[in-house]
Design a protein around this ligand. Sequence first.
Ligand SMILES: [Zn+2]
Length: 148
Amino acid sequence: MSADGNAWGMCAANGCPLFGSLGGAPWYCFCHHGRPNSANDAITQCLRNAEAVVVDLVKGIRMDSINGERSETTAIALRELRNHPQARELAFNRESDGNARAWLQRLERHLIVATSEFGRQQGLSGIVPTAPVIGPTHALDHYSEVDR
Ligand SMILES: [Zn+2]
């Protein structure tokens, strides 16, 4: 997981489609920042597949805010957002969002929530029971042969 494989300005996690905006040398996106390395690939997979349209939309809105006009990227993402399972909740809501900036924050928060389960340690919540631990007696016999 180095910055070598990714284009300049992109998140340092291998293959991540988002911009690197947090941390600094290496820069990570808001989904990968502060997460264990072991979760990087699962987060990237989620961003590239299930949440690909939201990623495109987030990037489109950010680019449009710089360029001052609605881009083709944003137009396509908006059309494809209709196929997202949470299309209704994710669509721009003039009443609650008010402006593109608030909508962008809401979309980015959606991505953070969508990727937040990856790499989380199991057992801490008490909801996911872990398998019983097999005692070290198995290994002890084996290692005792090495000592001879
Ligand atoms: Zn990332």
